[in-house]
Design a protein around this ligand. Structure first.
Ligand code: MSP
Length: 502
């Protein structure tokens, strides 16, 4: 038992939640649920990133104030997560006063340590983009996006002395803090090309956190956003719980924001005299037909479109099992149908319905305790070890595969012994059913981080009281926990088979 702190990126409120966002968030949710089963003190944080030009612009386009835009969209994220059984311990919004306080405190600390200075910034500026361009980016002297002439502009900016942080960052990366290894090398590669100081404030916009020592400036959105991870655990407030959570901090991020989380963020913390995060886990993109979801019209796929057909657990299972953590992964409707039918309907759902049917036909509807020497006892122990390892490493697909191996072995065990052909009430049939019920009990516990409601249905169907989520590992995975004498319920199929839509 210990503490465990896990975060998702905070989502921009110019966009509505889509399945790419759901992927990151469900992963973090399931990992947090696993740690709660272990009895760890767990803090799972998600939220919304509400400042910056992008939000200001999108509010203008919608004819509302940035705050109104943020309020509405932030609420949509909150509701979407609730509808997907995502249960964060905190939902943070960067417009909260506590976040302004924390941001100002951290950046003041960095400045006091000598890593922030003011300088004028000169460059080719596109007003359309409100961004500077290098000479090389221009197309015939024009902005590459707006194809209009750029202006030569000089602005006073505050700069963060990132160039001084190279050695410290290398040392942090050497501790294996960025996972997987390929992404760690990518972060090292960024440092090897040489780090330049970065501009962290703007005078041209005012939707942001004000620079506390200079009223004309607000911090550039990323330099407030990253600090949300500290705000949530009380940095800058009277309830500072950094000691409790920060040493066990795990950030889950997509590969597009690797530079911010694996270079800028640890550098800011080191410059402030603090510890960098323990781990940054970087995942790839969900692709549709080989294209990043957010680059196709298909960011229109809202999670609700899929849960209608597959159920919340069907979507959660698909994202956790089929999108392995690390590489990019193609998302397809056909793949989803096939995974659902194979693993959920034909394997887990089938095991429950077979067992319930035989217990009713041959054992009077009452369960038996497992055989201590069952061959499945060893399979269950192996499955637990591998499942635990998978969740520990934040590789849900590996964890789930290890759990499903046990479920498949149990189906094979039933096929081998054919309890449906055994004599009613015989010692033999009770023994086989006791073993299978015990696997269902263990499977309910091990699948509960992913299949939030189906795991509870299994738990209740085999006659157990209380909440599966209240069980504690490793004890709850030990062979022999299923007691004799419980009423086993025969219900509707847990996962009805699906036919692909037209
Ligand atoms: N606001 C910043 C993060 C600040 S964290 C201090 C941001 N927001 S975002 O809404 O654009 O993206 C949030 C996360 O969603 C990122 O990790 C991004 O990688 C992830 N995804 C967006 N589209 C995705 C896919 N198609 N597939 C997988 N993840 C995707 O960046």
């Amino acid at each position: 038992m210990g503490s465990f702190y896990i975060t998702t990126p905070i989502y921009y409120v110019n966009d509505v939640p889509h399945i790419g966002h759901a992927y990151t968030t469900i992963t973090a949710d399931a990992v947090a649920r696993w740690h709660r089963l272990l009895g760890d003190e767990t803090m799972f944080l998600t939220g919304t990133d509400e400042h910056g030009l992008k939000i200001q612009r999108s509010a203008e386009a919608n004819g509302v104030t940035p705050q109104e835009q943020a309020d509405v969209t932030s609420q949509r994220f909150r509701e979407t997560w609730a509808s997907l059984d995502v249960t964060p311990d905190q939902f943070i919004r960067t417009t909260e006063p506590r976040h302004h306080t924390a941001t100002q405190k951290l950046l003041t600390q960095i400045k006091d340590n000598g890593y922030i200075y003011k300088d004028s910034y000169a460059g080719h500026y596109c007003v359309g983009c409100e961004a500077y361009y290098n000479e090389d980016d221009l197309v015939d002297g024009n902005c590459p996006t707006h194809e209009r002439p750029v202006e030569w502009l000089e602005e006073d900016n505050y700069f963060f002395a990132l160039s001084k942080m190279e050695d410290a960052l290398r040392a942090w990366l050497d501790t294996g803090s960025v996972i997987p290894e390929g992404k760690r090398s990518e972060a090292l590669g960024i440092i090897e090309t040489g780090l330049e100081d970065v501009s962290i404030s703007r005078t041209s916009i005012d939707w942001g956190v004000r620079v506390p020592w200079d009223d004309d400036h607000v911090f550039y959105v990323w330099y407030d956003a990253l600090i949300n991870y500290l705000t949530a655990i009380g940095f800058g407030s009277e309830n500072d719980e950094l000691q409790r959570w920060w040493p066990e901090s795990h950030h889950i991020v997509g590969k597009d924001i690797l530079r911010f989380h694996c270079v800028y963020w640890p550098a800011m913390l080191i410059a402030a005299g603090m510890e960098p995060p323990k781990n940054v886990h970087v995942h790839g993109f969900l692709l549709l037909g080989g294209k990043k979801l957010s680059k196709t019209g298909l960011t229109q796929i809202a999670p609700a479109d899929l849960t209608e057909e597959f159920g919340v657990d069907g979507l959660r299972y698909h994202l956790l099992r089929d999108v392995s953590f690390g590489p990019d992964s193609d998302f397809s409707y056909e793949g989803m149908i096939s995974r659902y039918n194979t693993d959920l309907a034909n394997t887990l759902g089938n095991l429950l319905s077979r067992v319930a049917t035989v217990v009713h036909k041959k054992c009077g509807g009452v369960g038996t305790a497992p055989n201590p020497d069952s061959p499945l006892a060893e399979a269950a122990a192996e499955s637990y070890t591998a499942t635990a390892q998978g969740w520990e490493n934040i590789t849900p697909s590996i964890a789930l595969e290890a759990t499903w191996k046990l479920i498949r072995q149990t189906n094979a065990y039933l096929e081998q012994h054919e309890p449906w052909k055994m004599e009613e009430g015989s010692a033999e049939v009770h023994q086989v059913m006791g073993d299978a019920l015990e696997v269902l009990r263990i499977a309910a516990v091990l699948t509960s981080p992913g299949l939030t409601s189906s795991s509870q249905k299994i738990w209740s169907a085999i006659g157990l009281d209380g909440e599966v989520a209240d069980q504690r590992l490793p004890a709850a995975a030990g062979w022999g926990g299923y007691p004799a004498g419980l009423d086993v319920r025969k219900g509707d199929p847990l996962f009805p088979r699906l036919k692909p839509r037209e």
